[in-house]
Design a protein around this ligand. Structure first.
Ligand code: 5GP
Length: 194
């Protein structure tokens, strides 16, 4: 069992509706040492890729992507969920249906920050049905940049996103893959990974 799986067993809380709460260490209160370990682990797993940018989505992806970008020594780009007054010029836009909030968000990145020369590592905290990652991938593709890989802290393997993205040929690395979880007993089972 790896460091993140151990932490999920210790402090993760299974909620109804297939939601895992990680508020005490990943989302709300953040364990910085754990995040640095996550950054180092993604750096190790994608070390052979010529990464020039790390792309994530606000807000909970930011904390995971930051140590990854730092480990690679490249900028982190944050896809914004609303068109703020600070965003001007040409924009890359995608629609993403939120798993946790059941709403559709427009996500936006300025064309200034993703271009055809970029080799992008896409990072997020959770993978469920894959809408967030699909949206981020479409932003990279709209910029004619290259998706070098997808890095996820917690994949819920019983939902369809991971399988679909692997079938599409993307290099997807999830640090913990939950095979099964039960809100009543609180039991969590992980998929074996080498
Ligand atoms: P997807 O787009 O893959 O269906 O869902 C991924 C997004 O929904 C992630 O960006 C994450 O913020 C949120 N999410 C999905 N499932 C969970 C979960 O079980 N727990 C938490 N905390 N967030 C989740």
């Amino acid at each position: 069992m790896n460091f993140l799986e151990e932490r999920i067993l210790k402090d993760g809380v299974v909620k109804s509706g297939d939601v895992l709460k990680v508020d005490s260490f990943l989302n709300h209160q953040l364990d910085i040492e754990l995040l640095e370990q996550i950054g180092a682990e993604f750096h190790r797993r994608f070390a052979d890729k010529p990464i020039t940018k790390v792309l994530t989505i606000e807000s909970s992806g930011i904390a995971i992507a930051y140590p990854v970008a730092r480990a690679f020594g490249v900028p982190m780009v944050v896809a914004k969920k609303s068109q703020s007054v600070n965003l001007d010029g040409d924009l890359l836009v995608a629609e993403i249906e939120s798993f946790t909030h059941k709403v559709t968000n427009r996500v936006i990145v300025s064309k200034k920050y993703l271009s055809a020369e970029d080799h992008v590592l896409v990072i997020d905290d959770f993978l469920a049905n894959g809408c967030a990652l699909q949206g981020l991938i479409s932003l990279v593709e709209a910029a004619d940049a290259t998706v070098e890989g997808l890095g996820i802290a917690v994949e819920k393997g019983f939902q369809e996103g991971g399988q679909r993205l692997r079938n599409l040929g993307y290099h997807l690395e999830s640090l913990a893959i939950i095979e099964d979880m039960d809100a009543e007993s609180g039991k969590i089972t992980f998929r074996e990974q080498e």
